[in-house]
Structures are given as structure tokens and as C-alpha cells.
Design a protein around this ligand. Structure first.
Ligand SMILES: Nc1ncnc2c1ncn2[C@@H]1O[C@H](COP(=O)(O)OP(=O)(O)OP(=O)(O)O)[C@@H](O)[C@H]1O
Ligand SMILES: [Mg+2]
Length: 260
């Protein structure tokens, strides 16, 4: 619970008493309870190995193929258990898009990078696809830089542009939520600022969950900040509260750089 709770919409995601163990018995998460709301940026931050990526990947079932994993508790999307039997995982992943640390454009043109997914999903209308190309590139803050070279290979873009292309590709599938796992860890400061600016736009329409690459980035972008340490959710709150008046000593020690 925090001070925002009363004004917020219904939660988009809910971790209900979630524990998660990998095959070798490593308990990556322990008794996590967390609500994630639409129209804000939630950052999940903390030291390496704490379980941040695991939390994120649970939201679109990216860990499904790992043998021997064990999930306890429930993960809900719009009130429905996404691990219940009969859930269509492909449909889930269209609703919940993911952007990774290393951008990997498809080996095709900028335009085709954006239309490939929608076409696979059945979109055929040219005008509609053109519109999707433009709107997703605009939302990813890349349109102005590439609008005159849409038929050049995606791989010809700079690293920072490739990452925004991958973000645009995720948006072209018109998801409801976007997960980003250290999306700017390999980027220069200018590209990083562009990605962060585009997140501010995206939250108007989507649920945005990001594992930031630094505490500073967490503080810059977080509406809702969640500090995770060794598989445990230590503290959550508004970004403003958590980064100025943390309640837990461990949070304070981490954000002031006493460990990490
Ligand atoms: N595929 C896997 N198989 C076995 N153990 C794993 C796997 N992925 C992660 N782990 C373990 O689970 C724990 C949490 O890992 P996770 O990747 O979620 O942490 P993280 O907070 O994202 O770390 P980082 O900041 O380094 O990305 C770690 O102990 C890690 O070694
Ligand atoms: Mg990680």
C-alpha cells in the first residue's frame, strides 16, 4: 500500500505471494506481493542477481521453457491467472511485449521490422500498416531520424537507433503492457535520454515496467519504484518517496551507494 493507492486505476498485474525456484534449487524470488498499475512507469531495481529479470519474465511467461523451474503463488493480468491451464501463451505475449538489453533488429528493412509481426498476426491492409509503422516509430522517438530511409536495413542504424527500432517493433504489435530489461545498458547518454523520453509518452497508453540499468535511471523514470534484494521485495513506493525518504535501511544503503 502507498499514498497513491486510492487514486489509481485497477492494477494491471498482480504478483500474489509469488516464490520462484530455478532447477538447481536457487530460490530467485520469495513471497513477492506486488501490484503494477497502468499509465505509470514501474521500475524494478536492485543489485545483480536479486531476481529483477525473473520478475519481469514471469509477466509474459518467458521462463516457460526452463526445465525444473517452480512457481508458487499467482501472477494475474487484469485479474486472470496467466499460469492457469488453457491460457494462450502467444496471445499473452502479444498483450505483453518485451524489450531486451541488446537490440537485435530482424535482418530486413526498417519498415519490415515493424510490419513483420503484424503481418504474421494477419494484418494485410497497406494503409493500416503504413500508419502502424509511423505511429510506432513516433512513439519510440525514432520517426524523425528514419522517415526518409524506411527501406534501408534495420541493421544499418546506430546502436541507440536499433534499440528504439526494437521498442517500435514491440509497439507495432499494439500490446497493453511493455516490459523492458535494462534497455539502455549499452547506449550512449543521448540515446538513453531518447528512450527515457519515449517511456514518458508510452505510459499515457500502456503499462510500462522497466528494470533500469542504474539507480540514477530508476530515480529519473520511476512513478512507482520497487526495490528487490536477494529475491525479496524490500520496499516499494512512489519514485519520489522511495528515492528521497526510503523507509527501509537496506533501501537507503543501496540508493546512497553504500553497497551494490
Ligand atoms: N535460467 C536460469 N537458470 C538458473 N538460475 C537462474 C536462471 N536465471 C537466473 N537464475 C538465478 O536466479 C537469480 C536471480 O536472477 P535474475 O536474472 O532474475 O537477477 P537480476 O536481478 O535480473 O540480476 P542482473 O542485475 O544481474 O540482471 C540469480 O541467482 C540467478 O543466478
Ligand atoms: Mg537481470
Amino acid at each position: 500500500m502507498n499514498e497513491f493507492t486510492n487514486e489509481r486505476m485497477t492494477e494491471k498485474f498482480l504478483f500474489d505471494q509469488v516464490s520462484y525456484t530455478y532447477e538447481d534449487g536457487i530460490r530467485a524470488l520469495r513471497d513477492v506481493n506486488l501490484s503494477i498499475y497502468p499509465n505509470e512507469i514501474t521500475t524494478i531495481f536492485g543489485p545483480a542477481g536479486g531476481g529483477k529479470s525473473t520478475l519481469l519474465r514471469l509477466l509474459n511467461r518467458l521462463n516457460d521453457l526452463i526445465p525444473g523451474r517452480r512457481l508458487e503463488g499467482r501472477v494475474l493480468l487484469d485479474g486472470e491467472d496467466i499460469y492457469a491451464s488453457g491460457v494462450d501463451v502467444h496471445a499473452l505475449r502479444r498483450r505483453v511485449g518485451m524489450v531486451f538489453a541488446t537490440p537485435v533488429p530482424l535482418p530486413m528493412s526498417i519498415r519490415q521490422n515493424l510490419t513483420y509481426g503484424p503481418e504474421l498476426a494477419g494484418a494485410r491492409d497497406r494503409a493500416r500498416l503504413d500508419e502502424l509503422v509511423e505511429s510506432s516509430l513516433r512513439a519510440a522517438a525514432l520517426w524523425d531520424e528514419v522517415k526518409d530511409r524506411l527501406d534501408e536495413p534495420g541493421a544499418a542504424l546506430s546502436g541507440g537507433q536499433q534499440q528504439r527500432l526494437c521498442l517500435a517493433r514491440t509497439l507495432a504489435l499494439e500490446p497493453e503492457a511493455i516490459l523492458l530489461d535494462e534497455p539502455t545498458s549499452g547506449l550512449d547518454p543521448i540515446s538513453t535520454a531518447k528512450v527515457e523520453a519515449s517511456l514518458q509518452e508510452l505510459k499515457q497508453r500502456y503499462t510500462v515496467v522497466i528494470v533500469p540499468h542504474s539507480v540514477q535511471q530508476a530515480a529519473r523514470v520511476a512513478d512507482h519504484a520497487v526495490f528487490v534484494l536477494q529475491g525479496e521485495l524490500v520496499e516499494e513506493g512512489s519514485g519520489e518517496q522511495l528515492f528521497t525518504k526510503p523507509r527501509d535501511q537496506r533501501t537507503e544503503d543501496y540508493i546512497t551507494g553504500r553497497f551494490g
